[in-house]
Design a protein. Structure first.
Lengths: 172, 387
């Protein structure tokens, strides 16, 4: 292959000093997503303090997040099932980066939580809380398989959103 | 079905921010590939383009925006997209245009300009998450990968220091790649002690934000033979997607990569990949991913790719193992998403045609494979080339 490739690399100050010109544009677009049949019902359940799953009677899976179809059997799923608000940690991470890529002083602990009452391996992503505020402390407190329970917002503050659960905390 | 040969390849430098626009990057890569193949645009029957979401550029109809630089004016033109898997998927996509008999030749082009989003493309990445059940939690892109990495490490008891060795190897290999953005000599300690992004992912275990483009010229057997010379052939292609309900999956093993690899092995008539594949470019946007993917590609048993790494099995100068990411990969050369995947496929072409220069592997390679991955950690794209 050629060892001299084309392309001109800019540095940060090329833009600041105006030696390389840029045209700025701020594209602001607002969305309101219709929650749909399955997630709409799921969000209603959260408002009532319940985690709802959906069962397929053909493969007998209880699915969360719920869907109105079974993607394995490719048929309409059959019934709503109220799950527990407990589960176990499938995996977790200790994040020092905010949603806008800025740094955090104390970490967030996102996790996949397998929900009790759903089929094995059926989890949702949420946050863990009350687990410490450093990598060392959190690694000591949380393991894969650690049992956890949802910590809900007070009933009058719930709005039918995934954030009606504040976080999951270890049990015991 | 027509046999499909690779006649040439080209790419730009990989840069954190390029002066060139996406359209100009396309032109530079396309013209370099045509020059390498000894062809002109008049020889090209169709063009296939790969690029990531429009949101990176803030330009809608991105395929159309790039069209003129891609050499597609007045030609059959297709844009394909499977997230991070797009770059290697460009090879199957170009292949089917020619293998079908519909076209003699195809220019395959991959472009990414990630620097336009300010100050960082994070906001564009966050929209991959489910808008109801995930995004309201305040997500960032690192979450999903650190969650998968932790599950992989804990399932097999893999120390973070072992995974860091992938970054050491690839950043070192990349010192010999002329496109490189983040090559260098690092120790395991430097990698492990770099800033924690989302534990267990540290800064030096993540590929960078990059601008760049890459291109490849494909032709059918008749065209290639008339052109003369010795050719590298596309022997197998495969792709596969798992469920988008990623929190319902086994995160310790990429089943979709296995499915894609097996599709490609079958097409290439490969029975024993560990003997018949001589060089590999697995997708490495994060250090653990190279190991995860080597297992999915059937080149190591589940949980065993880290052990092979410690033995030097994946080193570029191995004579008994399988060199892995001799290019330097995304961790060393850089990660202009679609262009990074195609860079990896192009590395196999260079290795098999003896054009890899200082990166040329020690063992004699008759056959190699490249693989990419992406979307919600659910797509495997694979291509196998041979001589």
């Amino acid at each position: 292959m050629k060892t001299e490739l084309r392309g001109t690399s800019l540095r940060e100050d090329d833009i600041q000093k105006g030696t390389a010109l840029v045209t700025e544009w701020r594209g602001k677009i607002d969305f309101a997503y219709d929650a749909g049949v399955a997630i709409g019902q799921f969000l209603h359940g959260l408002k009532e303090g319940k985690l709802l799953g959906r069962k397929c009677r053909s493969c007998n899976r209880v699915m969360i997040p719920p869907r109105m179809f079974c993607e394995l059997c490719f048929r309409r799923s059959d019934e709503w099932v109220e799950l527990k608000d407990t589960g176990k940690v499938n995996t977790f991470s200790i994040s020092y980066v905010n949603t806008d890529a800025s740094r955090r002083q104390t970490p967030q602990v996102p996790a996949v939580v397998e929900i009790d009452g759903a089929s094995p391996g059926m989890g949702i992503m949420h946050l863990l809380g009350e687990v410490g505020d450093s990598v060392e402390a959190i690694m000591k407190r949380v393991k894969i398989g650690t049992p956890v329970r949802a910590v809900w917002k007070p009933a009058d503050q719930r709005e039918g959103a995934i954030t009606d659960i504040l976080y999951f905390r270890p049990i015991g | 079905m027509q046999k499909v040969a690779v006649l040439g390849a080209g790419m730009t430098r990989f840069m954190r921010r390029s002066l060139e626009t996406g359209r100009e990057l396309c032109w530079e890569a396309a013209s370099a590939a045509l020059e390498d193949a000894g062809l002109t645009l008049a020889d090209i029957d169709c063009v296939v383009l790969g690029s990531a979401p429009d949101a990176f550029d803030g330009v809608h109809l991105k395929g159309e925006y790039l069209l003129d630089g891609a050499g597609a004016k007045g030609k059959p033109y297709t844009r394909v997209y499977v997230g991070g898997g797009t770059g290697v998927f460009m090879v199957p996509a170009g292949w089917w245009h020619v293998a079908s008999g519909a076209f003699r030749t195809c220019l395959v082009l991959a472009e990414e300009k990630m620097s336009s989003t300010m100050p960082h493309p994070q906001a564009a990445f966050n929209a991959i998450y489910d808008q109801f059940t995930e995004r309201p939690l305040g997500v960032n892109l690192l979450w999903i990968f650190s969650l998968e990495m932790n599950r992989y490490m804990q399932t097999y008891g893999i120390p973070v220091e072992t995974i860091a060795q992938v970054a050491v190897k690839n950043k070192k290999n990349a010192k010999d790649h002329p496109a490189s953005q983040v090559a260098g000599d690092f120790t395991v300690d430097e990698i492990v002690n770099s800033e924690v992004m989302a534990y267990p992912v540290m800064r030096l275990m993540v590929s960078p934000v990059t601008d760049g483009a890459a291109a490849m010229v494909l032709a059918n057997e008749d065209f290639a033979k008339k052109k003369g010379g010795k050719h590298v052939w596309i022997e197998g292609v495969g792709w596969n997607l798992d469920t988008s309900y990623w929190t319902n999956r086994d995160l310790a093993y990429p089943q979709y990569v296995e499915n894609a690899a097996k599709m490609a092995f079958k097409m290439a008539g490969i029975k024993d990949p560990r003997k018949e594949i001589h060089v590999v470019e697995p997708y490495d946007p994060f250090a653990y991913k190279e190991l995860h993917h080597l297992e999915g590609l059937q080149l190591a048993d589940k949980g065993q790719a880290p052990r092979r790494l410690e033995e030097g099995f994946w080193d570029r100068d191995t004579t008994t193992g399988i060199p892995s990411s001799p290019s330097g990969g995304l961790l060393g050369v850089g990660n202009p998403i679609a262009a990074a995947g195609l860079m990896k496929a192009i590395e196999i072409y260079y290795q098999l045609s003896g054009k890899a220069g200082k990166r040329q592997i020690k063992r004699n390679a008759q056959r190699g494979m490249a693989q990419a991955w992406g979307d919600l950690m659910q797509v495997g794209t694979v291509m196998i080339m041979g001589v």
